[in-house]
Write a protein that binds this ligand. Structure first.
Ligand SMILES: Nc1nc2c(ncn2[C@@H]2O[C@H](COP(=O)(O)OP(=O)(O)O)[C@@H](O)[C@H]2O)c(=O)[nH]1
Ligand SMILES: [Mg+2]
Length: 302
């Protein structure tokens, strides 16, 4: 064999060994997959459409029964609303891309930034994570707000996810929820006012209120129960909106991220102008006027 032929053979042999090795490795990898792996192909793509605001709304399951069993105050139990707020703040502590949350009665809506990439925008992951963090927190913080009341059975929440393509759609969604708070709370305050303060039966109260408009309910409340609806607590009238703020908390000189519960109008423009970072996707602004006496939740995992 000529020297050239020998060299060619040696090169050929080495290349072949290399090919066999690569083949070995390649043939080794698929071995890691089990024959059951195919079941993954049954999973479906549930990615939220890009550039859309993601809204997750939770609602207490059969809370009519739950609030009766636990003898919540009627029509509003402040401790229950604060427990809902605390649980929602925990969701915001855990998921930084939740930029705002709005709650009333037994429901809470969570707004995720439209550019969020959390869980690769998978609907089932986002919705189940939020529901699980919220529900677990509701039980975890129960005794903080209901010191003397035993939790009699596990409360639970259902969840839905809705996508809104424009800022106006998102604002209209929140207007809808806050208008609902107003309608329900005015009715409930008048209904329970007539029963608890005037001694009417449920049927009698229902009859008096049936077909009345807002101004008439206000008048009935004022004349029959001596209640000026405008003096009711803002947490009852407006619900709670949780927003992120950055503040300096003395004596620390470093900035701290906090979550503030506000009980304000979110239907008009002023809320959105004051908190313009929400729609413009900017970082929370430093709030120099922050009052340390106000209620806030610190963000532990920022
Ligand atoms: N007493 C009392 N009940 C409340 C309070 N917040 C919510 N609820 C109850 O929770 C219900 C929530 O409404 P909805 O979700 O439609 O009813 P569900 O299907 O039974 O959860 C209300 O109808 C009330 O019965 C509260 O602060 N006090
Ligand atoms: Mg409910």
């Amino acid at each position: 064999m000529s020297l050239f032929a020998k060299k060619c053979k040696s090169l050929f042999d080495r290349t072949r060994i290399l090919c066999i090795d690569i083949k070995k490795q390649k043939s080794y990898k698929p071995m890691a997959k089990s024959k059951y792996e195919y079941v993954r192909t049954f999973e479906f793509e549930d990615k939220c459409l890009q550039n859309c605001w993601i809204v997750v709304r939770l609602d207490g399951r059969s809370f009519h029964r739950f609030t009766d069993s636990h003898k919540f105050e009627k029509p509003n139990d402040k401790r229950a609303l604060e427990l809902m707020n605390r649980s929602a703040a925990t969701v915001m502590e855990e998921l930084q891309d939740v930029s705002l949350a709005y709650g009333q009665s037994d429901e809470y809506s969570f707004i995720l930034r439209k550019d969020t990439d959390v869980y690769n925008r998978r609907q089932s992951k986002i919705m189940s994570a939020i529901n699980s963090i919220f529900s677990a927190s509701y039980v975890y913080y129960w005794s903080t707000y209901f010191e003397d009341k035993k939790l009699l059975y596990p409360p639970s929440f259902d969840a839905r996810i809705v996508l809104y393509p424009t800022d106006q759609n998102l604002r209209d969604y929140l207007c809808w929820r806050q208008a609902d708070t107003h309608i329900n709370n005015l009715y409930n305050t008048a209904f329970w006012g007539l029963i608890l303060k005037k001694g009417l039966s449920n049927n009698e109260a229902e009859k008096i209120l049936s077909g009345t408009i807002s101004s008439e309910k206000n008048e009935i409340l004022f004349k029959e129960c001596g209640t000026n609806y405008n003096n009711e607590l803002p947490i009852y009238r407006k619900g709670t909106v949780l927003v992120r703020k950055t503040v300096y908390i003395p004596p620390s000189k470093s900035k701290k991220n906090i979550i503030c519960p506000l009980h304000v109008d979110i239907i008009g423009d002023s809320f959105w102008l004051e908190h313009d970072e929400i729609l413009s996707l900017k970082n929370p602004k430093v709030n120099k006027d922050f009052n340390l006496d106000s209620i806030f939740y610190s963000v532990k995992r920022s």
